[in-house]
Design a binder for this molecule. Structure first.
Ligand code: RVP
Length: 503
């Protein structure tokens, strides 16, 4: 007989937190969002503790080296997508590890014989207004000049004008030599009243750019997540097929933590992958596994050596696994059950294995709910895809800026390894869609706002740490009618062009 769970599987939106007693100490500036990402023994420190409980999804549209740097600056970790060649993924990891705060690789580059039209297109696509002009149009080519918005007036120039005719050429350009410190670069920026400084080597090849705003922002990142050598911490996704080649390449590139990226993780394939990593690297290499949605899945992955366990099947915004295959579980129910299993395991063995709630975060308050239900940290795709720092293109759709966002199970991503059941190497049907998400600006501003809300709610619950929230949170299920009561209702909203009455 099949087992039928009588309790319906529930999502975050079906719950609310009930406030607890808030003492005068319960103020947002006293809240710590520090949280472990890797397993540890009672009384010991985890190998990696994040300063904020957020990681970015192992997805082409979300986590590349730019996202990794931006998120590490805020105190979280990006898991660079694995659905690319081993070499290019390892290169991204290398870029993050060798990133010198303030020195950025130029990501907008053109050749002198390209035109104003190309400049405008690139600016529109990336949102960046500084373009390096190099001999071969690459980020490390011989520098020929720079184009910023100050160099052209669209109304005065023909779109076919060659860049060489209006760029700031080398004899008028202020630049710095490779090897200077950030503070020296900043002095040059201020002394010459420029907004950016290209850094070149002895052969005049472009190495990086220093922006005035980056120097300022570096000073205001108290949460940044650094390793012992002061490099940013970075994660990467692996699969259960090519791990024997991919893991050594990522380790060699300096990756700090990996995760097996799979839509369904309660499988022999994950056990084989974890075993190989433990046999070859012992505990020196950190690797999470998943995704699972119940105690059995959690216990299985922990028994085979996972450093953390990821939870979630079918709840991702771009995910159609539940529709296609009829498997999955409401994210709230899954997190609650796995959190209980984690606590029981800790009680029994003295080993704490952090759990990650992956996918399905729609509102900022869902983050607080996920943590309250027991998640140690949260993986988000849609949320991060909307920001400047995600790798996808920014596009104008019906008068609004959008970013592209596609699932790893969509035909576009071609990530058959994630859905692999050991057969032939093909995606037989899609489990994800290709979509747009509204462009939302910078990661820094958005993460700050979201986490300000999380901290504020924690204060209302009278708790000052994630651990305390997990232990003391009081949650309630909500009825469909009380959800209506939660939004603005029975008023005519002023800022809508069409007045709305919600009842
Ligand atoms: P969301 O944050 O709701 O956008 O969900 C992101 C998560 O969705 C990812 O971390 C991953 O677990 C899952 N995903 C990624 N691609 C697909 C798919 O194509 N079905 N699902």
């Amino acid at each position: 007989m099949a087992i039928v769970l009588q309790e319906p599987s529930r999502t975050f939106s079906e719950y609310l937190l009930i406030p607890g007693y808030s003492s005068a100490e319960a103020r947002p500036e006293n809240v710590s969002l520090k949280t472990p990402i890797t397993k540890f023994k009672k009384g010991e420190e985890p190998a990696i503790t994040m300063n904020i409980p957020l990681v970015s999804a192992v997805m082409q549209a979300v986590s590349d080296d730019h996202m990794a740097v931006a998120l590490a600056k805020e105190g979280g970790v990006a898991f660079i997508y694995g659905s690319q060649s081993i070499e290019s993924q390892a290169n991204m990891v290398r870029k993050v590890k060798s990133y010198k705060a303030g020195f950025v690789t130029s990501d907008c580059n053109l050749k002198p014989d390209q035109t104003l039209k190309d400049v405008l297109y690139l600016k529109e696509r990336t949102g960046h207004s500084t373009i390096a002009i190099t001999e071969d149009g690459t980020a490390n080519g011989k520098l020929m000049g720079i184009v910023t918005s100050k160099d052209y007036r669209v109304s005065r120039l023909d779109a076919d004008t060659k860049i060489s005719e209006f760029m700031t050429p080398m004899d008028k350009l202020v630049y710095g030599k490779e090897g200077i410190t950030l503070s020296e670069a900043n002095d040059i920026i201020w002394d010459n009243k420029v907004n950016q400084l290209p850094i070149v080597d002895d052969e005049m090849h472009l190495k990086s750019l220093v922006f005035r705003k980056d120097y300022d922002s570096h000073k205001s990142n108290p949460n940044e997540l650094l390793d012992a050598n002061k490099s940013y911490i970075v994660g990467a996704g692996i699969n259960t097929r090519d791990f024997k080649e991919r893991v050594p390449a990522l380790v060699e590139a300096g990756v700090d933590v990996m995760t097996i990226d799979s839509s369904e993780g309660y499988s022999e394939w994950q056990a084989i992958t974890l075993k190989w990593i433990r046999d070859n690297y012992g505990d020196t290499v950190k690797v999470g596994a998943g995704n699972v949605v119940d105690k059995e899945g959690f216990d299985f992955l922990v028994e085979h050596g996972a450093d953390f366990v990821k939870i979630g099947i079918g709840g991702g915004s771009i995910c159609i696994t539940r529709e296609q295959k009829g498997i999955g579980r409401g994210q709230a129910s899954a997190v609650l059950e796995v959190a209980k299993a984690r606590d029981e395991y800790y009680e029994k063995t003295g080993i704490y294995v952090p759990i990650c709630s992956d996918g399905g975060i729609v509102h900022d308050y869902h983050m607080t709910l996920a943590l309250a239900m027991g998640a140690d940290f949260i993986m988000l795709g849609r949320y991060f895809a909307r920001f400047d720092e995600s790798p996808s293109a920014r596009i104008m759709v019906n008068g609004n800026y959008m970013k592209e966002y596609w699932g790893e199970g969509s035909a576009r991503a071609r990530n058959w390894q994630r859905y692999d059941l050991g057969g032939d190497a093909k995606l037989k049907f899609e489990e994800g869609v290709d979509s747009y998400v509204p462009y939302a600006g910078s990661l820094h501003d958005n993460v700050k706002l979201s986490l300000d809300k999380v901290k504020s709610t924690m204060c209302n619950c009278g708790v000052l740490s994630i651990k305390q929230l997990q232990a003391e949170a009081k949650l309630t299920l909500v009825s469909a009618t009380s959800i209506v009561e939660g939004g603005a209702h029975d008023v005519v909203l002023k800022d809508n062009s069409v007045a709305t009455v919600r009842r």
